[in-house]
Design a protein around this ligand. Structure first.
Ligand SMILES: [Zn+2]
Length: 123
């Protein structure tokens, strides 16, 4: 995916999530401070991330190495050594940026870190 495609994809996902919240399809819960938060499920990492893969910064052996530098680091992979990791990073940053426009934020599921939720304060 190109950077532009990734940004458009992230924007669509956030707009979908906000629409669900506005249509009352989010789940409301109270945090430790008694603030009400509405939460909506966006999808799993496997469904929405450009790579469709789950990994951690210390264990990313399932990622393809960058075809240009073979893992050494270059512009094409943002010096991460893997274009897939770079695309996922761009995507996640864009998700957060888009969510901020609605005073919302992105969070991982407590039960399953592969689940991605959009949340914001509500009344
Ligand atoms: Zn590279």
């Amino acid at each position: 995916m190109t950077k532009r495609e990734i940004q458009r994809w992230a924007k669509e996902i956030i707009e979908d999530g906000i629409e669900k919240i506005n249509n009352g399809r989010g789940e409301i819960y109270e945090n430790e401070d008694g603030e009400k938060i509405v939460s909506v499920f966006l999808g799993t990492v496997f469904q929405i991330f450009p790579s469709g893969k789950y990994y951690t910064p210390w264990a990313r052996s399932n990622l393809e190495p960058c075809p240009q530098c073979r893992g050494k680091g270059c512009n094409f992979c943002g010096n991460l050594g893997s274009r897939e990791a770079f695309e996922d990073q761009l995507f996640y940053e864009e998700l957060e940026r888009q969510a901020e426009k609605y005073n919302a934020w992105i969070t991982n599921g407590e039960g399953d870190p592969c689940d991605i939720f959009l949340e914001k304060y509500t009344k």
